[in-house]
Design a binder for this molecule. Structure first.
Ligand code: AMP
Ligand code: ZN
Length: 138
């Protein structure tokens, strides 16, 4: 995609802090890090989101995430790493080229709000009905 910022990063037309590359994926530092070591993994082939990305590229992203998480653990020794991936403007996807966030958190770092929600039991009938519909649609 000509005017996609992440395609431009893959093509080297705009700079990035590359941490990993293979034939299918490219990984680089997020320039607005939520916490130190925040890394993005993207497919080299443009795909907007989870519905668009090919199974092969999705596999490659997840295999790369394991390698990169290993590197992050070696360098930063975080207490945990959050993996986050947003699909659609309604959930605040800002760059419309699939990207998988790796966000390491040290024990004394601020809480990641996306990983710290309150557990409130749902309506079991509704949960059952919606899961049955989703299962039937797969
Ligand atoms: P989101 O679409 O909300 O999942 O997040 C997009 C992410 O891309 C944000 O965390 C941005 O900081 C990051 N980002 C945007 N432009 C660049 C860039 N040129 N280099 C590195 N990270 C970027
Ligand atoms: Zn793109």
């Amino acid at each position: 995609m000509d005017d996609c910022i992440f395609c431009k990063i893959v093509r080297g037309e705009i700079p990035s802090f590359k941490v990993y590359e293979d034939d299918k994926v490219f990984a680089f530092a997020d320039i607005n890090p939520i916490l130190e070591g925040h890394t993005l993994i993207i497919p080299k082939a443009h795909a907007e989101n989870l519905w668009d990305i090919s199974d092969d590229d999705l596999t490659a992203i997840h295999r790369a995430s394991k390698k990169i998480a290993g590197g992050i653990r070696e360098v930063l020794d975080p207490a945990g790493i959050a993996c986050l991936q947003l699909n659609g403007r309604a959930v605040n996807q800002v760059v419309m080229h699939y990207h998988f966030h790796l966000i390491p958190r040290k024990a004394d770092d601020p809480e990641l709000t996306m990983t710290a929600w309150e557990l409130v039991p749902g309506d079991m009938e509704q949960i059952k009905a919606v899961s049955e519909k989703i299962a039937a649609a797969i």
